[in-house]
Design a protein around this ligand. Structure first.
Ligand SMILES: Cc1cc2nc3c(=O)[nH]c(=O)nc-3n(C[C@H](O)[C@H](O)[C@H](O)COP(=O)(O)O)c2cc1C
Length: 212
């Protein structure tokens, strides 16, 4: 359960970032929020971040995780109270099925609290780590039919052990240009978990607002 790593307390009107999510709020979320987590993840870092967010909210029991590729007609978004979307960047962009998903389900998504987070290696640089400074997030916001207001972008993981020959060469080249690690003997997780925890607080706040 996520209380220890969280940052908010509850007052009668809102949540303030100070230390922990008040147990009463977590209890309320546990009792009321059925969550759909849609993820687009190749090596698994986006899914790992999504699982961490859900554990911070303490709603693991009421969360369904569905890969974007596996989303089918029988999955009815109307059955859920909220949707959390996480997607990683590959070769300079989010995958086309993310755009299709946002367009196809715009109407229902607009009617509920939705949060989106992107994952990429560029976001390891502070100056490229917000929705307004990340080139991928800017492109997504410009080109997607609809995007939720609550957004974040997190640094992902450099997992040389999982890349094939050409992927290794490409990532090494990018790392050489951008000052990252080219050492293929080491995997490096660049995700800033404290930033993910802060996003969990913002998401809690959004859920709280919609439940009032
Ligand atoms: C083949 C490949 C291409 C990638 N392209 C980009 C890119 O264009 N920009 C970027 O910032 N990160 C890029 N990445 C880094 C991934 O976004 C990062 O490793 C992320 O953690 C992957 O998340 P996932 O495991 O959920 O798919 C790329 C990674 C691979 C393996």
């Amino acid at each position: 359960m996520g209380i220890s790593a969280s940052y908010a307390i509850w007052s009668s009107r809102s949540i303030y970032i100070t230390g922990i999510i008040h147990p009463d709020i977590l209890e309320k979320l546990r009792n009321t929020v059925k969550l759909l987590v849609i993820y687009s993840s190749i090596e698994g870092q986006t899914l790992k971040i999504a699982k961490h967010l859900v554990s911070q909210l303490g709603v693991e029991q009421q969360a369904d995780f569905i890969a974007l590729d596996d989303l089918a007609a029988q999955h009815n978004i109307h059955d859920y109270d909220s949707v959390l979307i996480g997607a990683s960047v590959r070769y300079g962009k989010f995958r086309p099925n993310l755009y299709k998903f946002l367009a196809k389900h715009q109407q229902v998504l607009e009617s509920m609290p939705v949060a989106f987070f992107g994952v990429c290696l560029t976001a390891r640089k502070p100056e490229k780590s917000t929705p307004t400074t990340s080139v991928y997030m800017k492109k997504l916001n410009l080109n997607a039919v609809w995007m939720p207001e609550l957004q974040a972008v997190f640094a992902g993981a450099l997992l040389y052990s999982k890349y094939n020959f050409w992927q290794t060469k490409i990532i090494q080249l990018i790392m050489r240009i951008t000052g990252g690690s080219t050492d293929t003997s080491k995997d490096i997780e660049l995700t800033d978990w404290s930033k993910v925890d802060k996003f969990a607080i913002e998401y809690t706040e959004l859920l709280q607002k919609h439940s009032n």
